[in-house]
Design a protein around this ligand. Sequence first.
Ligand SMILES: [Zn+2]
Length: 326
Amino acid sequence: MPFADIIGHERIVEVFRRSVRSGKTPHSYIFEGIPGCGRKKTALALIQALFCKAVADDACGVCPSCRKVAGGNHGDIHFVEPLPDKRDISIDQLREIQRELALRPYEAPRKACIMEPAERMSVNAANSLLKTLEEPPGNAIIILLTENAEMLLPTIRSRCQLIRFSSLSPENVRLLLEQSGLSADVAELLAPLSEGSMKRAGELDNDTLVMRRETLLTHLAALDLGRIRTIFDTAEELAGNRDETLESLDLLLSVARDTVYLNAGCTDIVNTAIRPALESFAAGCTLDCALQMLGDIIETRRAIQRNANNKLALECLFMKMAEAIA
Ligand SMILES: [Zn+2]
């Protein structure tokens, strides 16, 4: 994947372009960021650009070398991760990779190694890596992926260039999900719940969420202060553990945002799959009350994050909402 296709890390990519163009790329990097934010993809893009001879500061994406990197079968890229039944990356694995890196590259100008998660190197393994980081055999490039660089030995950190990756914005997650083939509606639904990680987005259960959004809307339409049961039932249904409650609130937020849009006369909503139900819900409240609802949901989300009681917080929110749409 060429730099041009990396989404959400433009500044980092710009630095890499310059360094590839100059021909003076550091030997060792630490890429710090949450899993699923694009560290590995960017690492591969950097290696692809270093290997490709067609473009000065990026990969062409079509030459045999680029295609092998993209296909995950380039003989000069080595991956190190804990063995299937092991917690740590062992010293034996480190020795093996050191031997590999010392060999002549098959076809690339240099060898490359991606290690993930680098913080799981045993102390022995980490110590044995120090020498390699100092004098990488054959100009090899070593990229360590970690969630938290502080978990690596200071001696490792000081020998690598640290690149910090931020989490992806919901907008970028949406874009990436659509690129991966999801429908626009489902991508919209998952993006705000992804916590900026494509890994997390992949773990979310689309079908369950689609169903929950429908349940949510049915409950919202039935909220009635005069029938207090409807408030408690809705809270009961949507509260769960802390994460589930936050997930429900994110769904609610997305629905409320669309309600504000519709009430403001804008038809460009995100939850297109439930447009008729949303339109009828929006018809039952004013723009002011939709805005109020949005504020109340955000406030409730904060309260839950500060460890408020999930069910109580939701009950309180739904009472406010019922009052607003009454
Ligand atoms: Zn190429």
